[in-house]
Every structure is written in structure tokens, then in C-alpha cells.
Ligand binder design. Structure first.
Ligand code: ADP
Ligand code: MG
Length: 239
């Protein structure tokens, strides 16, 4: 079951600082939506509000027509992949991937099936007994994605998942992600400050700056018809 996500007039403040102001957009089921913008523009805050790790000050967030912004994170049926991977260092890869499922009482045979499917999809079967410390950055990245996949969430939330990788690996992982998204049918929200990532991965891009959405469109729209001077400069297309 995949998610159609509706964000309506959302505002977020930290004390006197307004981070996001009256933000509205809808994300289609199975869409790969990329939020692109400079550091500090509120991308992570928005993702964390969708995940339930931050409260919403004003406005609503709904999934498939049901309001979720008041639900605890565990009831939202979403999976987040962090920039830092956030793997448990003392657990094996298999245990890292199984942990969240065990906690919610998924039967052992179902866990085993999901783990082996994810391992095959991500080609990490040979790494299942290792600890995170015995993995390369790219391998940790895949495990973090695997841990999200086995939850079979309604949507995946990625917060700059490639930014800790070196340049060559970043390109390779980007290509892998683009392929993965055709195998895993799900809504994907991906946050980045890297315009190449946005342009190569997205069905649609949301360009953000200074608390607001500057433009929403396909990569081709954004590149060939930038709506504002900021967009033109940020994506590097001619004005
Ligand atoms: P991005 O992910 O686009 O780099 P963030 O969402 O992390 O931006 O941050 C947006 C703004 O909110 C920044 O000015 C940041 O300093 C501020 N901010 C983020 N989290 C907090 C917090 N917990 N308390 C106070 N200010 C915060
Ligand atoms: Mg961020």
C-alpha cells in the first residue's frame, strides 16, 4: 500500500525563527519527489515533520486522506533513511534490519522472508552477519535502505542519504537508487542540496529557499523554465 501525501498550509517555528511558512503541496502515490534547496532552508525539518520527529505548528499533513500529523511516529507507517545511517553498532546487519520488525511483533518467518528479499535486491546477502563497523560507507548506506525496505512502509523518507559518500561512490549509489525505485513500488521523498541528484532521481522537484517553495515541476520544467531568479541560479540553467 503506497501513499498519497497532502501537506496543507504548514508552518514551523523554532522560537522567533520561522523555518517554514504556509507550505502546501501534494505528492502522488509512487512518486519520487525531491526537495532541493540550500543548507538551512528547512528540508530536514519538513521531512522530520512528515516522519513525526518534529511537531507541526500550523497546518496539516495527511496520507491517503487521513490526517497523520497528530499521530505518534510509530503509527505513521513511514520509513526514514538518515544521512548518518543510524545503524546500531553492536548488532549484525541482519539484526539491524530485523530489529524494528521484531519490536512490532512481526512473525519470525515473515521477517526472514523480507530480509532475504531485501538482501537480494540490494546485494548485501554476504554482509548479513557483519557489524556496521566492518562495512564500507556504501555498504552501510545499502543496509540503511534495506532496513527501511523490510518495514514495507507506505513511503520512504531520505534525508541527504548520499552526502557522506565520496564522489565516485555517490554517483554509483545514485544510479542504484534510480534503479531501486523501479523495483520498490512506493512513494519516495528525497531531500538534497545537490541539484544533480535532484535532476537525475526526481519525477518532480520542489525547489525550496528561505522558508518557501520557489517552484514545483519536473526536472525538465525546472531546468528549462525556472520560475524565479533563485531557481535559475540554483539549478544552474540560463536565465
Ligand atoms: P536543511 O535541512 O534544509 O539544511 P533544517 O531543516 O535542518 O534545514 O533547518 C532549517 C532551519 O531551522 C535552520 O535555520 C536551522 O538552524 C533551524 N533549526 C533546525 N532544527 C532546529 C532546532 N531543533 N532548534 C532550533 N533551530 C533549528
Ligand atoms: Mg538537512
Amino acid at each position: 500500500m503506497t501513499a498519497q501525501i497532502e501537506i496543507t498550509e504548514v508552518t514551523k517555528r523554532y522560537g522567533a525563527l520561522t523555518v517554514l511558512e504556509n507550505l502546501s503541496l501534494s505528492i502522488k502515490a509512487n512518486e519520487f519527489m525531491v526537495f532541493l534547496g540550500p543548507s538551512g532552508c528547512g528540508k530536514s525539518t519538513l521531512l522530520r515533520m512528515i516522519a513525526g520527529l518534529e511537531s507541526v505548528d500550523e497546518g496539516t499533513i495527511a496520507i491517503n486522506g487521513r490526517r497523520i500529523d497528530t499521530l505518534p511516529p510509530g503509527q505513521r507507517d513511514l520509513a526514514m533513511v538518515f544521512q548518518s545511517y543510524a545503524l546500531y553498532p553492536h548488532m549484525s546487519v541482519a539484526d539491524n534490519m530485523a530489529f524494528g520488525l521484531k519490536n512490532i511483533g512481526v512473525p519470525a518467518d515473515v521477517i526472514a522472508t523480507r530480509l532475504s528479499e531485501a538482501a537480494r535486491m540490494l546485494e548485501i546477502g554476504h554482509l548479513m552477519e557483519r557489524k556496521p563497523g566492518q562495512l564500507s560507507g556504501g555498504q552501510r548506506q545499502r543496509v540503511a535502505i534495506g532496513r527501511a525496505i523490510v518495514k514495507e512502509p507506505k513511503a520512504f523518507l531520505f534525508d541527504e542519504p548520499l552526502s557522506n559518500l565520496d564522489a565516485a561512490l555517490r554517483v554509483r549509489t545514485r544510479v542504484e537508487l534510480a534503479q531501486l525505485r523501479h523495483r520498490v513500488k512506493s512513494t519516495m521523498i528525497f531531500v538534497t542540496h545537490d541539484q544533480i541528484e535532484a535532476m537525475t532521481l526526481a519525477d518532480r522537484v520542489v525547489v525550496m529557499n528561505n522558508r518557501r517553495i520557489e517552484q514545483i515541476g519536473t526536472p525538465m520544467d525546472i531546468y528549462t523554465r525556472p520560475a524565479t531568479r533563485f531557481v535559475a541560479t540554483f539549478v544552474g540553467s540560463p536565465t
